[in-house]
Design a protein around this ligand. Structure first.
Ligand SMILES: [Mg+2]
Ligand SMILES: [Zn+2]
Length: 176
């Protein structure tokens, strides 16, 4: 068996790209500052990267699955220009359905671990909302908050980072 890879789980909207609220148009993708450098650092240290996103716009009828995929594909295209990739994309399409995949529920994180042969040793979940930090902490990994469009409300993060790069530096340092 291949050794399990360490992983960093990432929120999408407000963490990798500007949170524009139910973004369905790939032309609206704007990578946030330091994202490329953060992902380069994580890749250089052997971390897999997995996006876990709540896309309740689907259940609300504001978006469809094809639009979510097209936005994800645009992010992939932008990152590929810097030789970067994302190992897995997971999103919850529900809203108030009592599902087990909407953050902070941990089902998608555990699915990613199984499907990609990941280890939670040294892992972290990074996002701009309390549900991101709570998901990480519920899964027994570090929950890191980065600044988003809204003031942070949620459990005390293991780290409050000013940028995604700062978060990545902390993860890499801690993992040594
Ligand atoms: Mg977010
Ligand atoms: Zn769900």
């Amino acid at each position: 068996m291949m050794p399990a890879r360490p992983a960093v789980f990432l929120d999408r909207d407000g963490t990798l790209i500007e949170d524009k609220g139910f973004l369905g148009d790939p032309n609206g993708v704007e990578l946030l500052p330091t994202v490329v450098d953060a992902l380069k650092l994580l890749a250089a240290h052997g971390f897999a990267t997995v996006v876990i996103s709540n896309q309740s716009g689907i259940a609300r009828g504001l978006l469809d699955d094809v639009q979510v995929r097209s936005v994800n594909a645009e992010i992939v295209r932008r990152l590929a220009a810097d030789g970067l990739g994302i190992d897995g994309w997971y999103w919850c399409p529900h809203y108030q359905d009592g599902c087990d995949c909407r953050k902070p529920e941990p089902a998608l994180l555990h699915q990613a671990v199984r499907e990609h042969g990941l280890t939670l040793d040294r892992a972290a979940m990074i996002g701009d909302r309390g549900s991101d930090v709570e998901l990480g902490q519920r899964a027994g990994i570090a929950g890191i908050a980065v600044p988003g469009p809204m003031p942070y409300v949620g459990p005390e993060p293991d780290l409050r980072a000013n940028t995604l790069l700062e978060a990545a530096e902390w993860i890499v340092r801690r993992g040594r």
